[in-house]
Design a protein around this ligand. Sequence first.
Ligand SMILES: [Zn+2]
Length: 182
Amino acid sequence: MEVYLSENAFVGLLVSTIEVYRRECLGILLGHREPDRIMVDFAVPYQAARRKFQEVHMDWHRSQRVEEAVHTTSRWELVGDYHSHPMYGDKKSTTKLSGVDQKDFRDEGTSIIVAINDGHRKQRWGYVKGGLISGGVNGYAIRMAAYHKEGETLVRVPLVCPYAVGFMAKTKGPTPVEIRPE
Ligand SMILES: [Zn+2]
């Protein structure tokens, strides 16, 4: 089992996480399921997340309503959810699931955790040990991990995103061509 992020989903996760930093964001993942992987096509932020100290919580009734709306209007399915773990004070955040995250984990569900910290140096995007994706954007250090629950077992599964890994190369793309008036 692995979780595959499209360009849209990757950018959606980044924007959602950075927009509300240092608060937490929460949203749903739309895409489709294949036998051995979950394809995530879009990340859609939730406007109203119930916030507790350091944690955001998903309201599953709301989520069911959204799931039905998505099902009726598109070819996507609701394949999971995501939330961010922002740096808190001087305390660096990680992609580890908190106790509450584990307790709230949906049966047969998939979750992506995005850890965001202040970062200084430019950091190349790439895969890191344990199936995580890591990199830097405009002074933020970002790390993403995917988790999946099968039966009673909660496991971290590889997160795959060719777009993210090509990110640095892309920023060094062709030089712009100046358009001169005739
Ligand atoms: Zn969490």
